[in-house]
Design a binder for this molecule. Structure first.
Ligand code: DGL
Length: 266
């Protein structure tokens, strides 16, 4: 019997940080990744638009016979999860709940900071998920719109990245948060800069690690976890697969052999 794959999508490349972690934690699972390179960035778009793109991708991935859908994108998780759960026939996992859960377990002083795109911050999805678990916690948010282009241009190790991060982190430092959620697919790539500016005592919560564990837990509970064989990876992009493949190799240690072009609604 052929294995059913896990569908994973993001607005573009950033979700590969999550794909990499899913592959590490679930090495026997087939994974199908969809990067919506035609419509990236989602972080500055409206809920209605992001939901429409997300539903189109989910419908395509469902035609590939997936057993589970993972929204690797924080913005799509914040804005479109409810609608995707309503309209999909398969279980849908987002990054917000696992990230919030981990932050609540991690904080010692009850102060959590969330870094995200403008749309994620505006949705207040993280504060809602955190305060639902413990209403006494204090949550601050900081939108970091320049982080995504820094990562996409491989500028993470530059004085410009440090200066921009320092500016964004001023409010985080002021809040005295001891736990910071990296609430965007791209931010784990900036971990070294963020950690050096915030210091060793601040915990950085990486959605990739937490989400992969949540996916494994779900599959185990539902007796759908693959235990043998090497998982296969299939990658689609909605625009310029050649550029996607080139840039993906900067983010992933494993080279992707082929990126298929799949235009949405075309
Ligand atoms: N994938 C998006 C997120 O995690 C970041 C890039 C974008 O704005 O589309 O929020």
């Amino acid at each position: 019997m052929t294995k059913k794959a896990i569908g994973v999508f993001d607005s573009g490349l950033g979700g590969l940080t999550i794909l990499k972690e899913l592959h590490r934690v679930l090495p026997h699972e087939n994974l199908i990744y969809f990067g919506d390179t035609a419509n990236v960035p989602y972080g500055s778009k409206s809920k209605q638009t992001v939901t429409r793109f997300s539903l189109d991708i989910a419908r395509f991935l469902e035609t590939q016979g997936i057993k589970m859908l993972v929204i690797a994108c924080n913005t799509a998780s914040a804005l479109a999860l409810t609608e995707l759960r309503k309209q999909c026939q398969i279980p849908v996992l987002g990054v917000i709940e696992p990230g919030a859960q981990k932050a609540v377990q991690t904080t010692r002083n009850g102060r959590i900071a969330v870094l995200g795109t403008e749309a994620t911050v505006k949705s207040r999805a993280y504060p809602k998920a955190i305060l639902k678990r413990n209403a006494r916690l204090h949550v601050v948010q900081q939108a970091c719109p320049l982080f995504v282009p820094l990562v996409e241009e491989s500028w993470t190790n530059t004085p410009a990245a440090r200066l921009i991060a320092k500016t964004y982190l001023a409010s985080v430092r002021q809040s005295k948060a001891d736990t910071v959620i990296l609430g965007c697919t791209h931010y784990p790539v900036l971990k070294p800069v963020l950690a050096s500016l915030l210091g060793k005592r601040i915990h950085l919560v990486d959605s990739a690690e937490v989400l992969a564990q949540a996916a494994k837990h779900f599959l185990q509970q539902h007796k759908q976890l693959e235990q043998t064989g090497r998982g296969k990876l299939t990658v689609y992009a909605s625009d310029d697969p050649v550029r996607f493949k080139r840039m993906a190799s900067c983010l992933l240690a494993d080279k992707i052999s082929t990126v298929h072009l799949k235009k949405l609604n075309a």
